[in-house]
Design a protein around this ligand. Structure first.
Ligand SMILES: NC(=O)c1ccc[n+]([C@@H]2O[C@H](COP(=O)([O-])OP(=O)(O)OC[C@H]3O[C@@H](n4cnc5c(N)ncnc54)[C@H](OP(=O)(O)O)[C@@H]3O)[C@@H](O)[C@H]2O)c1
Length: 207
């Protein structure tokens, strides 16, 4: 962790960072990360020294992230693709994080692109048929209500009391320029009510 932080600080030309996150820790168990000499004690040490302002857990499987959150050691949680207009599986995780006073970052509000650019995958993988049908029903409701699906997907996250900040992927300056109008778009409550009336989304592709 310390070597990684040194590399980040040197590339950025900074002495400290406001937030540093344990990112995709798939290769180690939560017990290993939390134990003596593990990644999390190293992060806590760096936070105590003031080199890092806050520490975050930035994904892994949903079950792993929940375990990390429940340790109470982190200030921030980031989850991606699991709390969108078409998915809700991170809802309980975000509730638990807020109950602990953590900041919630909701990444990939477009499911990696699908809800904005019509890409056929969701969360970087092909969609199961029942989930794809659900996405089409959501798309149909957007058409019915005259709502731009990308704006609706963004506003789903922006308006959620469970989300403190939304992390959108930007591939070009044109995409960045398009973000302002999406934020300014008016997405009526009636549309979100109609989406809720579809019921719990079928499992997507997220783990
Ligand atoms: N483990 C982790 O910590 C983790 C994992 C995943 C993501 N993240 C974070 O979450 C961020 C977002 O993830 P993401 O980029 O995969 O997903 P996303 O925000 O759901 O989707 C971004 C994609 O949507 C498309 N898009 C954006 N604005 C658009 C617009 N106005 N109109 C049409 N299409 C638009 C772009 O695709 P095109 O421009 O290619 O069409 C863009 O690549 C990442 O940058 C990263 O910071 C973190």
């Amino acid at each position: 962790m310390k070597r990684s932080l040194d590399e980040s600080l040197s590339r950025l030309g900074l002495d400290s960072l406001p937030l540093y996150q344990l990112h995709d820790p798939y290769g180690l168990t939560v017990a290993e990360a939390m134990g003596p000499g593990g990644a999390v004690p190293a992060l806590i040490d760096l936070r105590d020294q003031g080199v890092i302002g806050a520490i975050g857990i930035a994904s892994g499987t949903l079950a792993q992230v929940r375990e990390y959150v429940d340790t109470g050691a982190f200030d921030v949680v980031l989850s991606h693709n699991r709390y969108t207009l078409a998915t809700r599986t991170a809802g309980p995780l975000f509730e638990a994080a807020h109950a602990l006073g953590m900041t919630v970052l909701n990444a990939a509000p477009f499911g990696g692109g699908t809800l904005a650019n019509g890409d056929g995958s969701f969360g970087y993988r092909p969609m199961p048929a029942d989930f794809a049908a659900h996405v089409e029903r959501v798309r149909g409701l957007a058409d019915l209500h005259g709502v731009d699906l990308a704006a609706a997907a963004l506003h789903f996250s922006l308006r959620s009391p469970l989300v403190d900040a939304t992390v959108v992927g930007i591939t070009s300056t044109a995409r960045l320029d398009a973000l302002g109008p999406l934020i300014d778009a008016d997405v009526p409550d009636a549309f979100f009510d109609a989406v809720e009336s579809l019921g719990t989304p079928p499992p997507g592709v997220e783990d």
